[in-house]
Design a protein around this ligand. Structure first.
Ligand code: HEC
Ligand code: HEC
Ligand code: HEC
Length: 464
């Protein structure tokens, strides 16, 4: 009798602990006060979510990380978490009230809306860290307001929070410099043997690329990396796959002296050739106090490249409120593009060009490729020599993507279908069905815009 009663008490006590625990657990999931500024609320959610314990160079390792087995799992999460994403910069900016990178905003928003982070094994131990609907909607509202302010492209209403933004036409440029830059861009005298111009590899009638795996420079010399397009390059936060040029002008100083591209031995050699041309002498004198110099040549080319933007694509029309601009299948493709994480790296007006990202984030790309690693495969590492930057590349933009085959830095994907299917696999760990690939490709075809009022086309025919 006595024994039985003790048992009942024990059961009641256990239930009380459970219920109490549950109530405490729920109570700890509260959303930060509305009185805080939006950035402060987001920061509080991230701090409580323990994001920095797995996503920073110097993680806060919990005490149980030293327990055998369980500890190994924790260390593995920390290692994989930091490899996948570094959140420190974003959190520091939230703290300072500084402007975040749009890719950080997209990534934080996506994992919050999917309630993918922090993972269950974390929030079941760290009470209060779990992502809830209420917290996710605080983050989504902040992301929307951030984008309206950051891009100031006038998007309002239901599309104001889209991670992809329309191209705004009409940059403020000096038309006479643009005309001079156009001539220089097409001038073969920038190359050692007067055979190659910028347009040889970045033709305006061929989508701003050469449609070759690797470009051919003077005397048929071949480089070791695929040529990206010059269209919309002005939107990239840095230039080149490894980001080694900060501006378009700095970029333009590279190819003329690159031995496998234009192979001139010095800018003095180029300037001497251009100075024999009366027209150039006059134009440079009219526009620049010091006439023909390296800085002025690259300045004029940059000014011209700032006009290489392609607004008014079908997708932009849809973003700006024209519901008829996209078919149901194209729209479905865009939904898949967002649902599968593509729009966390391919963001903004150029659908990319805002960050460096690891090629092979979720599956081993280079192992699967099976060919020898090249210097170019190192990506950003070439510049920084930091191990974490190996195989990280500036994310290419996806505007006019139907014209810019072949794809990837190594030019190994001939069609959009292959490029999309493999991106899903290597970057997102998703095997898309043929129908899903087709829808995403249909969406990507709506990204072809207009140059000088005419829809961009290519003189090259795709051979497959
Ligand atoms: C216990 C460690 C841990 C915590 C805590 C954690 N993460 Fe992660 N996170 C990971 C791991 C491991 C991965 C890579 C595997 C994956 O994506 O599931 C990852 C992946 C990510 C990615 C990249 C996803 C992608 O595929 O692009 C983002 C972004 C991210 N986490 C954000 C967050 C945010 C925001 C928080 C806090 C709310 C958070 N994480 C909390 C371990 C963690
Ligand atoms: C022989 C072919 C060739 C010539 C000529 C050439 N380029 Fe390129 N261009 C490339 C290749 C290949 C890359 C990528 C190199 C890298 O990332 O390391 C590139 C990269 C670029 C980029 C960076 C785009 C991005 O998204 O990162 C710009 C801009 C560019 N070139 C403009 C020019 C200009 C301007 C000229 C003339 C002064 C020129 N190119 C001449 C092949 C060429
Ligand atoms: C983690 C960031 C990330 C995610 C997620 C991502 N990409 Fe990419 N994407 C990249 C990088 C980096 C490259 C360049 C890779 C290379 O050249 O080796 C790239 C290249 C591409 C290219 C080729 C562009 C060109 O001009 O060569 C296409 C097309 C593309 N991505 C589409 C997608 C699609 C579709 C998805 C979703 C299924 C996706 N990406 C998801 C980072 C990402």
């Amino acid at each position: 009798m006595k024994k039985q009663r003790r048992g009942q008490y024990l059961i009641i006590a256990a239930l009380l602990v459970l219920v109490g625990g549950f109530i405490t657990y729920r109570a700890m999931l509260t959303v930060p006060s509305e009185e805080l500024a939006p950035e402060a609320r987001v920061l509080a959610i991230l701090e409580k979510g323990g994001c920095a314990s797995c996503h920073s160079a110097d993680p806060k390792v919990p005490f149980y990380a030293h327990v055998p087995v369980a500890g190994d799992m924790v260390m593995k999460d920390i290692e994989e978490g930091y490899r996948a994403y570094d959140i420190e910069g974003a959190m520091a900016k939230l703290k300072e009230g500084a402007t975040l990178n749009p890719v950080d905003v997209a990534k934080i928003e996506k994992v919050a809306l999917d309630k993918r982070m922090p993972m269950a094994k974390y929030y079941l131990v760290h009470w209060g860290s779990q992502m809830t609907d209420a917290k996710a909607s605080v983050i989504a509202a902040w992301a929307r307001d951030y984008r309206m302010a950051y891009y100031h492209d006038g998007l309002t209403g239901e599309r104001a929070g889209e991670p992809i933004r329309p191209i705004m036409a009409g940059a403020d440029v000096d038309q006479r410099k643009v005309a001079l830059g156009y001539e220089l861009y097409h001038d073969t005298r920038l190359s050692v043997d007067n055979t190659i111009s910028c347009a040889t590899c970045h033709g305006l009638n061929t989508g701003g690329v050469d449609n070759l795996k690797y470009s051919k420079g003077v005397a048929g010399n071949m480089g070791g990396v695929n040529a990206p397009t010059t269209y919309n390059a002005v939107y990239n936060f840095v230039q080149f796959w490894d980001g080694r040029a900060k501006t378009l002008a700095e970029q333009a100083a590279g190819p003329p002296l690159n031995p496998v591209e234009m192979a001139s031995t010095s800018f003095d050699e180029i300037i001497a050739k251009l100075a024999e041309d009366k027209h150039y002498v006059e134009e440079f004198a009219a526009l620049y106090a010091d006439g023909i110099t390296e800085a002025n040549i690259t300045n004029a080319i940059e000014e011209f490249e700032r006009t290489l933007v392609t607004p008014n694509s079908k997708f932009d029309q849809w973003l700006m409120g024209n519901n008829e601009a996209l078919t149901a299948d194209e729209l479905h493709g865009y939904e898949l593009f967002k649902a599968n994480n593509c729009a966390t790296c391919h963001v903004g007006a150029n659908l990319g060009g805002e960050s460096y990202e690891l090629m092979g984030l979720r599956q081993h790309y280079f192992e699967a490729r099976g060919t020898e690693l090249t210097e170019e495969d190192n990506g950003r590492y070439k510049q920084t020599k930091e191990e974490r930057d190996r195989h990280r590349f500036k994310v290419p933009g996806l505007r006019n993507i139907e014209l810019t085959w072949p794809y990837y830095h190594d030019g190994t994907r001939a069609t959009m279908e292959e490029a999309v299917r493999d991106m899903a696999l290597y970057q997102c760990d998703v095997e898309l069905s043929d129908a899903e690939v087709a829808s995403i490709v249909a969406f990507m075809r709506t990204l072809t815009g207009e140059y000088q009022g005419k829809k961009l086309t290519s003189d090259n025919k795709q051979e497959n």
